[in-house]
Design a protein around this ligand. Structure first.
Ligand SMILES: Cc1cc2nc3c(=O)[nH]c(=O)nc-3n(C[C@H](O)[C@H](O)[C@H](O)COP(=O)(O)O)c2cc1C
Length: 217
């Protein structure tokens, strides 16, 4: 399955500090993702025809190559400038993408295209109020960093962060439609509990979540 490389604790810690300053490393293992496949896929018009929300999931895990392709499509780097596959507010990247899977919670770090460890706990059931979230192989959790929007009032922070998240979510929808995967973007989340479970800082908050997996049946 995933290529695991033991990295030095210092390297991992500094990478985590860059991506999300307040998160503590809980392990020294970085999941290196294979390079994303950035050609192929279904034509856009066919993908748009297939895009839909699906709420019945197989428990089959996602192969690491699919995980790599998915995360790149979601919010990976698509230009030498470091800019992303989704647009974002004021050229400030306020959203980080977390991947909640059976083996723990991982933070996607687009610069190195790796997953950084956040927690060893399986929190999939806490990522939403619907039953299917616990058994699906992957729940993406979108986390906004209010501290990167210092001059914006709290209400507006949620607005801009939600718009940024929506673009990422649509990338995920289109990728899933192209790859015959199932997905649903979700606001039915116990936000207080999930913020606590993820040990977010006061200025950070979950915007939405999105389940991804293979359709059941
Ligand atoms: C902001 C937002 C929040 C949503 N929250 C949920 C949710 O919590 N649970 C769910 O099953 N679907 C959720 N959805 C998916 C919508 O129900 C779905 O997109 C809509 O019914 C249209 O269906 P379609 O995506 O298949 O076209 C959400 C969609 C959006 C845009």
């Amino acid at each position: 399955m995933m290529t695991r490389r033991r990295a030095s604790a210092g390297l991992v810690t500094s990478a985590i500090l860059t991506a999300a300053p307040s998160l503590a490393a809980t392990d020294s293992t970085v999941l290196e993702l294979p390079p994303p496949r950035i050609d192929g896929g279904k034509p856009l018009i066919q993908t748009l025809r297939l895009r839909r929300s699906i709420r019945e999931y197989s428990d089959r895990p996602l192969p690491v190559q699919v995980l790599s392709d998915l995360l790149w499509a979601a919010f990976g780097i698509n230009r030498p400038s470091g800019d992303r596959t989704a647009p974002y507010w004021r050229h400030i990247m306020v959203i980080d993408v977390y991947a909640a899977m059976a083996d723990g919670v991982w933070l996607y770090e687009p610069k190195r295209h790796v997953l950084l460890p956040h927690s060893r706990a399986d929190i999939r059931a806490q990522t939403g109020l619907q039953d299917f979230v616990a058994g699906a192989p992957l729940n993406l959790v979108y986390v906004a960093h209010g501290e990167r929007m210092r001059d914006i009032p709290a209400n507006d922070r949620r607005l801009y962060a939600s718009v940024d998240t929506g673009f990422i979510g649509q990338n995920v929808y289109l990728f899933c439609a192209s790859e015959d995967l199932a997905t649903v973007f979700r606001g039915a989340v116990n936000y207080e509990e999930l913020d606590r479970t993820l040990q977010l800082e006061p200025d950070q908050f979950v915007t939405f979540a999105q389940t991804v997996g293979y359709p059941r049946g």
